[in-house]
Design a protein around this ligand. Sequence first.
Ligand code: FES
Ligand code: FE2
Length: 341
Amino acid sequence: MFVRNAWYVAAWDHEIGREMRRRIILNEPVLLYRKGDGTAVALEDRCCHRQAPLSMGKLVGDDVVCPYHGLQYAANGQCVKVPSQDRVPPGARVCAYPVVERNHWIWIWLGDPAKADPALIEDFHWMDDPHWGFGGSYLHVEANYQLLVENLLDTTHLPFLHPTTLGTDAFARSEFEVTINSDRIEVARWLMDKPPAPFHQQMGGFPDGMNVDRWQIAHFGAPSFVKLDVGSAPAGSGAREGDRSKGVNMWNLNAITPETEKTAHYFYAQAYNFKLDQKWISDLVRAQVTKAFLEDMGMIKEQQINMDLGPSPVVALGQDKAWMQMRQIVDRRLAAEAKAD
Ligand code: FES
Ligand SMILES: [Fe+2]
């Protein structure tokens, strides 16, 4: 069960061109490509004749030709040609989904098209802001998308799963504050006067032995977006009081799109506002964040395998508060959609 009336990320902008790409999203086969004028298109990747994947066919201008018996579809999903007969049967069409290209991502709406308001797209403006650079990538998730959202909202796993990049011993016991505002959750953590995490040390260039004040403020937006305002500054330099100018500031940006009940697409980026003229920073943040996220992928894949073996008792901990709220918010959205149907 997925929230359908929501914008999800379908692809990075550079992934979509004049080659057709198939991606399953919310259990729906989707075909993505660009028209001759560059506009991105998302069609149902399932021919209305015998369900062949249109993505195995070819583009003729802006139209798509099915690889099996040659039905031709316009970019609005309407079948415009049936090679074996003169008449195009009524109802011969595939779904065409609303698409918006924004902040380097191709956004798709698989719910009620009348509700597809682009103003509802989650804000990821950092990727288009000249004051910020970013390094980003994609990973395939072999687990239900909510296990990854959980992972991002409970970062007490950092010292255990990411000891060489993001974790420090102090993180597991860090105090945090959860604030809920309608469908949004904020989880604020501050670690004061502690050694920096390896990645922050590398980015901030703090002198050996210097302690830092580190912040990590997670912002959840339904159904599956997590944005982490993160950084470190020399201990006592006033970051917690609002002056972060002496530290290293980054936004870790995560958009998770369900593929099936047990797999997902993970689009992520790390934005930073320092050394913008140096390309190696972009490569390094992408490499470091990808290294850490591969560790997360390995863990949630194994969780999913265990969960698939059958139900077992679970023990809830204080650190679980934020993601439990997240599940309630998504459940409320699902219930609202079921009621409206
Ligand atoms: S399955 Fe597409 S034309 Fe027959
Ligand atoms: Fe992690």
